[in-house]
Write a protein that binds this ligand. Structure first.
Ligand SMILES: Nc1nc2c(ncn2[C@@H]2O[C@H](COP(=O)(O)OP(=O)(O)OP(=O)(O)O)[C@@H](O)[C@H]2O)c(=O)[nH]1
Ligand SMILES: [Mg+2]
Length: 370
């Protein structure tokens, strides 16, 4: 049978020990609330042992007390919600307890669950069970990780789209097309003697072409995905005292790097993330490039060079027209990335005086920053 009509199913018993797992789902720290989650076959038993009253209606939030199963003391006043299998995030019976926050209370509730037989969940184990039980596919599980790790507006938006199944649908479509192609080929191989078989050769060629085109257009989005996750590395490079740190601060809108009139102020690379609409920018201020006998400054320059070699874009900064070209040439030895010539301190050079194609910027007046 060539056509498979569903994705290969994973054997849940191989990857899950079938025990009830428990974990604190929220970060530990001072806060109003925390969530302790339990998932697995013993959840109903555990509700009976942990909660008072123990009668919960599925999918209805109920007020309850968590009771220490050993000495009967009250651990917290909580809101508990029970989800019955398969109608839960993991596809198993699942209990969500909203406890008060802080360090001690959620930990005490978790410890109580473990004392009555739950196992501390590993990182990502609730999501893994959701995948094993067919509640979501791997791309969606990955999207949950991306959503949690999102540090910018675009990364967040992309993760939401992937969670919604956008990428899954594209991959599914491609898979179906490839299976179809396989069937056409197999048919052709099975009946080689028929010159003019029921499947015209052009049809196979056309399907192959369309599939290859769709595959490469999907692959082409991978680089963009990486940019969205990691941000585009934008390196400010130039001679000492060119105004790189001032430009860095002005672009960020806050004073992150030290600025002085002394050449060689910046010794180390300083990174900051700028949230931009297409993808975040990882802006890096670097030590000014020059010949030096100071070993400390030399180390800073080596760091600058390393950043330049990994950059997505380099801003070749200089305060005198003509000098930007020299900096751009020096930078080009270390990278194939696009290099933008940037004339800094534009407030000191009138437009009439200036000849050249560099972008004029001034940290002082804000000119050219956009
Ligand atoms: N007029 C004017 N002065 C500026 C501007 N930007 C920086 N400066 C001055 O130029 C000097 C050097 O600025 P920095 O930002 O420290 O220069 P840098 O390129 O980071 O220098 P190093 O870290 O030593 O390589 C300081 O005295 C700043 O006040 C600007 O846009 N206009
Ligand atoms: Mg500096």
């Amino acid at each position: 049978m060539i056509f498979a009509d569903s994705a290969p199913r994973l054997d849940a018993s191989v990857l899950s020990d079938g025990r009830t797992i428990a974990a604190i789902a929220t970060p530990l720290g001072r806060g109003a609330l925390a969530i302790v989650r339990l998932s697995g076959p013993d959840v109903l038993d555990m509700v009976a042992k942990l909660l008072e009253p123990a009668s919960l209606h599925a999918r209805k939030a109920s007020r309850a007390r968590v009771i220490d199963p050993e000495d009967g003391t009250v651990l917290d006043e909580v809101v508990a919600t029970l989800y019955r299998a398969p109608h839960s995030f993991t596809g198993e019976d699942l209990l969500e307890i909203s406890t008060h926050g802080g360090l001690h209370t959620p930990t005490a509730v978790l410890a109580a669950a473990i004392r009555i037989g739950a196992r501390q969940a590993e990182a990502g184990e609730f999501t893994r069970r959701a995948v094993l039980n067919g509640k979501m596919d791997l791309l969606q599980a990955e999207a949950i990780g991306d959503l949690i790790d999102a540090r910018s507006h675009v990364a967040h938006r992309q993760a939401i789209r992937q969670l919604d199944g956008g990428l899954s649908a594209r991959v599914r479509e491609l898979r179906e097309r490839i299976l179809q192609l396989e069937a056409l080929l197999a048919y052709d191989i099975d009946f080689p003697e028929e010159d003019d078989g029921p499947i015209p050769q052009e049809r196979i060629v056309r399907t192959t072409e369309v599939t290859l085109r769709d595959l490469s257009s999907l692959l082409a989005t991978a680089d963009k995905g990486t940019l969205i996750h990691e941000g585009a590395l934008v390196v400010l490079a130039g001679a000492p005292n060119a105004g790189k740190s001032s430009l860095f601060n002005a672009l960020l809108g806050e004073t992150r790097a030290i600025v002085t009139e002394i050449s060689g102020t910046t010794r180390d690379a300083i990174e900051a993330v700028l949230d931009r609409p297409l993808w975040p920018l990882r802006l890096v201020d670097t030590a000014g490039l020059r010949e030096t006998s100071d070993p400390l400054e030399q180390l800073g320059i080596e760091t600058s060079t390393r950043y330049i070699s990994r950059a997505a874009v380099v801003l070749a900064c200089a305060e005198h027209s003509g000098e930007t070209v020299r900096i751009a040439d020096a930078v080009a030895d270390h990278t194939t990335a696009p290099i933008l010539e940037v004339l800094t301190k534009a407030d000191l050079v009138s437009r009439e005086q200036y000849v050249g194609s560099a972008i004029r910027v001034s940290a002082r007046t804000g000119e050219g920053l956009s």
